[in-house]
Design a protein around this ligand. Structure first.
Ligand code: ATP
Length: 306
């Protein structure tokens, strides 16, 4: 009986592992390929990156034909530079990152990388060239090591740990019950928003892509965590073509160009100082965020005094 039980038990375990892996993949692809209409064209070639210039040319897009979201958007992220997209909630900022990753196809206009229309190249080569640090990082129900290695499967343990150290999550991992072998996710260790984002940064460091898309989390992090994450992101972005979708203007003051999106159109563009001088939508968003920050700091000081 025991002889029979052991293999069955083992098979049960393997079955559960495989089932979990399938759920993980489904979860990931639920995020990555929401739209089955996005397909490689017959004979699609892989993307050839020379410099890494990203261009949006008169891009139009709607999720639902009745409601246009992007209404003719043109901008360039020159190779190695950082362009930030800001604007009111619902303006279409995250949609831009989804289109660049080709989770959806544009309804009009085109997106090119080094002159190649992203509709004409293989999705796998496109996604291999872009490092995405999304708003909400999907963590697999597996070890922390597995979750970081997701950035590049052939990375050695030492490379995984070096990436974690750069993303400043190494200390946290070493203090976890089983270090890098600690299970995370529903059944294991739960990570905070900031910790998850650091895992995403570590993955991106391992992947080392020529193009970066950083979709900043909407939820406010405490200012210390925010500063640390920001420093890491700046290190990762150095020398790479970077598109930053920003909710907190304080994080993109140094961007080469800031594009202000309003109701699917570019309403202003320029550097931080140019936009402040223009005294338009950006300047009013900046003043509002600064006042809110000052109020938060005052409250925190009052709480400390009590
Ligand atoms: P926020 O600052 O709040 O994150 P955003 O500028 O990033 O906003 P998007 O997420 O790009 O805005 O969304 C733009 C508009 O598209 C919103 O009105 C949103 O409701 C709508 N939208 C987003 N995703 C979908 C979807 N999958 N299906 C239908 N409509 C969507």
């Amino acid at each position: 009986m025991i002889q029979l039980y052991q293999p069955l038990n083992f098979m049960g375990m393997v079955y559960r592992e495989i089932k979990q892996a399938i759920i993980d993949i489904e979860k990931m692809f639920g995020v990555l390929s929401r739209n089955p209409e996005v397909k490689d064209i017959p004979g699609a070639e892989p993307l050839q990156i020379s410099a890494g210039t990203v261009r949006f040319e008169d891009v139009q897009f709607s999720y639902d034909p009745e409601r246009p979201i992007l209404k003719g958007l043109s901008f360039e992220v020159p190779a190695g530079k950082t362009v930030a997209i800001v604007g009111p909630s619902g303006a279409g900022k995250s949609t831009i990152s989804r289109l660049l990753f080709r989770l959806y196809d544009v309804s009009g206009g085109k997106i090119t990388i080094d002159g190649q229309n992203i509709r004409d190249i293989t999705q796998s080569s496109l996604r291999a060239s872009i490092g995405m640090v999304p708003q909400d990082t999907v963590l697999f129900n597996d070890t922390i090591r597995y979750n970081i290695r997701y950035g590049r499967w052939d990375a050695t343990d030492a490379e995984v740990e070096a990436a974690a150290a750069m993303a400043q999550i190494d200390g946290f991992i070493r203090m976890s019950p089983h270090g890098y072998e600690t299970e995370v996710g529903e059944r294991g260790l739960k990570l905070s928003g900031g910790e998850k984002q650091r895992v995403a940064i570590a993955r991106t460091i391992l992947k080392g892509p020529p193009i970066l898309v950083l979709d900043e989390a909407t939820s406010a992090l405490d200012s210390h965590t925010e500063r640390e994450i920001q420093d890491q992101l700046e290190k990762v972005a150095r020398g790479r073509t970077s598109l930053v979708i920003a909710h907190r203007l304080s994080t993109i003051v140094g961007a080469d160009e800031i594009i202000v999106l309003d109701q699917g159109r570019i309403s202003e563009r320029g550097t931080h100082s140019q936009l402040l001088a223009a005294n338009g939508l950006y300047a009013s968003m900046w003043n509002r965020q600064r006042e809110a920050q000052e109020a938060r700091e005052k409250l925190a000081m009052m709480a400390d005094e009590n």
